[in-house]
Design a protein around this ligand. Sequence first.
Ligand SMILES: [Zn+2]
Ligand SMILES: [Zn+2]
Length: 155
Amino acid sequence: MNGQCSCGEIRFEMTDSPLFNHACHCTNCQRQSGSAHALNAMIESSCVKVVSGTAEGIIMETGSGMGQTIYRCPSCKVGLWSTYAAFGDGFSFVRIGALENPGQYPPDINIFTKSKQPWVTLLDGIPAVPEFYDPKETWPAPALQRMQAVMDAAG
Ligand SMILES: [Zn+2]
Ligand SMILES: [Zn+2]
């Protein structure tokens, strides 16, 4: 699955399917996206391959208070993926809207719905939590195994 920024300077690919897709309704994501929520595919950072260009990291606030680094195109400034201090550098959160076929990755969960815009209607059957959640209680086993492999490698 390929992705790119608006001007095309940064091109990247995701070399595996996402671990879990998050729709984040926190106020930081609303401000940073200028929209109702962010849509991020969580995946191993080793599966995000930059094909052309060099993204620049900018540290921003998060709902957890621990911060994230958003990787942006240095020319058009579009954010393409983030790493979160709460998860470590082994995991990246790819902006699903930057992928060539974003409709392939609907959210697996809605998070920080305590600050959801009142007009946003959530789909039945997709979990929604007021803040965050425990992946061990929510993710399918293969995704948990991939997450554990990254944490084992990080020591
Ligand atoms: Zn660009
Ligand atoms: Zn958020």
